[in-house]
Design a protein around this ligand. Structure first.
Ligand SMILES: *Cc1c(COP(=O)(O)O)cnc(C)c1O
Length: 236
C-alpha cells in the first residue's frame, strides 16, 4: 500500500467534506483479501479502523496484528451461526439486519469486552435479493438493540444498488440520511452513518455520511479471494 494513496484518499475526503460543509467523515479502510502486511503498513501511516467481510479472514489478520491497537469492523453479511465468533472478534458490526442476529450478538458478546458497537444495515433500494432490513424495520431493530447492554447502537449502514454513475446513488444516500435523522430522534446517541465506497464517497459525503468504507482507492485492486474463503460465499 503506497502511503501516497492514503494521503490522496484523505485529501479527497477533506475536499468533499469542505464542499458539503460537513466534518470530515471517519475513514474505514476495507482490507478484505489484503494481506496483514498491507494493514500493518496503513496502520503505521496512522490508520486505525479496518473493515473485513469474512469472520475467518478477520480472525487470522487480527491474530497476526495482535500487537497493534486497531479497531475491527465487520462489513460483510453475518450468518447467525457466525454471530458468536463475530461478537468476540469485532469492535463494530455494521451489518445487523434482523432480530435473530441482534439476540445472538448480545448473548455472545464477551463480558470482558466493552459493548459491541452496532449499525443497522438498511436495504434502501428494497431489492429482494440483497441483505439489509427494510426501511420500515429500522425502528424495531433499534429498539431491540437498545434493550441490550452488551450492544451499543451507533447508527445505520447502507450499500446502495451499484450504478455505473455514482450520481445515480444520490437518492438512495439521501433517503438513508432521512432515516438516520428519524432514528436519531429516538436514539440521539446514534452518531454514525456509514455510506460511500471508493467510487461514490464524494456523493455520500455530500449527503451526510459520517463514515466511508474505502478499499480499492487505498490498497489498489483486490487480490483474488483466498483459499480459506473460496467456495464459502457469505461465510462472514
Ligand atoms: C468491499 C467493500 C467496500 C469497499 O469497496 P471499494 O470499492 O473497494 O472501496 C465497502 N463496503 C463494503 C460493504 C464492501 O464489501
Amino acid at each position: 500500500m503506497p502511503t501516497a494513496a492514503f494521503d490522496e484518499v484523505l485529501d479527497r475526503l477533506d475536499t468533499a467534506a469542505r464542499q458539503a460543509r460537513q466534518p470530515r467523515p471517519r475513514l474505514l479502510a476495507v482490507s478484505k483479501f489484503q494481506p496483514a502486511t498491507a494493514v500493518a503498513q496503513l496502520a503505521a501511516a496512522g490508520q486505525r479502523a479496518f473493515g473485513e467481510n469474512y469472520v475467518q479472514e478477520a480472525a487470522a489478520k487480527r491474530e497476526a496484528l495482535a500487537g497493534l491497537d486497531l479497531e475491527w469492523h465487520l462489513i460483510g453479511h453475518l450468518q447467525t451461526n457466525k454471530a458468536r465468533d463475530a461478537a468476540a472478534l469485532f469492535d463494530w458490526v455494521q451489518t445487523v439486519d434482523r432480530i435473530r442476529v441482534v439476540e445472538a450478538l448480545a448473548r455472545h458478546r464477551p463480558t470482558h469486552l466493552p459493548p459491541l458497537q452496532v449499525l443497522v444495515q438498511v436495504n434502501i433500494d428494497d431489492e429482494a435479493s440483497k441483505h439489509g432490513c427494510r426501511p420500515d424495520d429500522v425502528a424495531g431493530l433499534a429498539e431491540a438493540m437498545a434493550g441490550h447492554e452488551r450492544l451499543a447502537l451507533r447508527g445505520l449502514m447502507v450499500i446502495p444498488t451499484p450504478h455505473a454513475d455514482p450520481e445515480q446513488r444520490r437518492p438512495a444516500f439521501r433517503r438513508t440520511r432521512e432515516l438516520f435523522e428519524a432514528l436519531r430522534r429516538h436514539h440521539p446517541q446514534a452518531d454514525t452513518l456509514s455510506m460511500g465506497m471508493s467510487d461514490d464517497c464524494a456523493v455520500a459525503i455530500a449527503e451526510g455520511a459520517t463514515m466511508v468504507r474505502i478499499g480499492t482507492a487505498l490498497f489498489g485492486a483486490r487480490p483474488p479471494k483466498s483459499d480459506a474463503d473460496a467456495g464459502m460465499p457469505g461465510s462472514g
